[in-house]
Design a protein around this ligand. Structure first.
Ligand code: SF4
Length: 235
C-alpha cells in the first residue's frame, strides 16, 4: 500500500468495528498478515474476534522465557478453546545463555538491552516475513499510544500496522470479555492490569497508573514494540 492508500484506509476505518477492521485486514493482506498477541486482556479479545470470524490470520507470541506461569497456562487455554495454534517466537539465546553472555539479571541493569534481545530482535525477525501486523494496543493506555491509528505505516519494522482496538476504552474491554466469556489472565483480577515478564511486572495499587507496575522504579515504560506510532493524520 502507498502512504496515501494507508491514510485513506485509516480514515475510512476510523469508526469501523474491530471485527470489520480485522475483516478488511484479512481481505487485504492474508496470508502475509499476522497478529502478535501478548496474551493481555485486549489480545484475548482480538483472538476471540479472529476465531469467531474464522479469519485466516496467523498468530504468534513473543516467548521471552520469562512469562508468568499464568500466561503460559492461558496460552494453552486459548489454543484449546479456539482450536488454534499460537506460534512461539523465541530469542536467539535462552535466559541461561543470556546470563552467561551478558551477566545475570540483565533486566535489572539494562532493561532496554534485555528487551532488545528478548523481544525486539525476535519480533523484527518474524515481521520480516509479513506485509502487515495486528496489535491489540489502545490509545488511552500510554502517551506513546495516544495517536495510534487504526491503520498506519510502521516505520520501525517496515510494514503496515493495524490496531483494531485503538478506540476502545478499558470499560469496553471488560464488557466484551464478560459478554463473550473470553478467557483472560487471572492476574488481571489481582492488581496486574498490565502483564509482561515476571522480573519486570509488579502489582498496581488503587489509584496508580495501570502501567506503573511495568519496570517499576525505572524510567522505561514500553518494551519498544510500540514506541514510534505514526500520527493518524500524517501516516
Ligand atoms: S520485560 Fe524485562 S525481562 Fe522481559 S525482555 Fe524486557 S527487560 Fe527483559
Amino acid at each position: 500500500m502507498t502512504i496515501e492508500e494507508i491514510r485513506a484506509a485509516a480514515a475510512e476505518l476510523e469508526t469501523a468495528s474491530a471485527e470489520d477492521i480485522l475483516r478488511w485486514a484479512a481481505d487485504r493482506f492474508a496470508p502475509r498478515l499476522t497478529f502478535a498477541t501478548s496474551l493481555g486482556i485486549e489480545d484475548c479479545i482480538v483472538t476471540d474476534l479472529i476465531a469467531r470470524a474464522g479469519l485466516p490470520i496467523q498468530l504468534f507470541t513473543l516467548d521471552t522465557g520469562l512469562l508468568f506461569p499464568e500466561s503460559y497456562a492461558l496460552w494453552k487455554q486459548i489454543e484449546d478453546r479456539y482450536r488454534i495454534s499460537i506460534t512461539a517466537v523465541t530469542p536467539q539465546f535462552t535466559v541461561a545463555e543470556q546470563g552467561e553472555r551478558e551477566g545475570e539479571a540483565l533486566w535489572e541493569r539494562e532493561p532496554d538491552r534485555c528487551c532488545d534481545l528478548r523481544k525486539l530482535e525476535p519480533l523484527r525477525r518474524t515481521l520480516a516475513g509479513y506485509d502487515a501486523w495486528i496489535t491489540a494496543i489502545r490509545r488511552d493506555q500510554t502517551p506513546e499510544r495516544a495517536n495510534a491509528p487504526v491503520v498506519g505505516w510502521d516505520s520501525r519494522f517496515g510494514l503496515v500496522k493495524i490496531n483494531p482496538l485503538a478506540r476502545w476504552t478499558s470499560p469496553e474491554v471488560r464488557a466484551y470479555v464478560s459478554e463473550h466469556h473470553v478467557p483472560y489472565n487471572p492476574l488481571h483480577d489481582s492488581n496486574y492490569p498490565s502483564i509482561g515478564c515476571t522480573p519486570c511486572t509488579s502489582p498496581v495499587m488503587p489509584g496508580e497508573d495501570p502501567r506503573s507496575g511495568r519496570w517499576r522504579g525505572k524510567e522505561k515504560t514500553e518494551c519498544g514494540l510500540h514506541l514510534r506510532i505514526p500520527v493518524r493524520s500524517e501516516n
